[in-house]
Design a protein around this ligand. Sequence first.
Ligand SMILES: [Zn+2]
Length: 84
Amino acid sequence: MKFTGIIKSVDQLGRFKIPRECLESHNIDTNTPLKIFRRGKTIIIQKEMHNCIFCSSIENILTFKDKYICKNCIKKIKDKLVSI
Ligand SMILES: [Zn+2]
């Protein structure tokens, strides 16, 4: 994780403004959905991506009936079905 050198304060309404240069460098436009995660005492803001419904991976994602599943989980499901 790299510090940007920018420090911002939360306003009286609990809002936090992300600097325009940070938004532009990550191709985040108005109304872009953002996900908020917690990892210990760290807050992570991530641009909405399609995560696997089983393992949350964002790599090798396929869609099936409007759900996102990674190829690794598809293989695990396939192997489980073959063993039945
Ligand atoms: Zn998965």
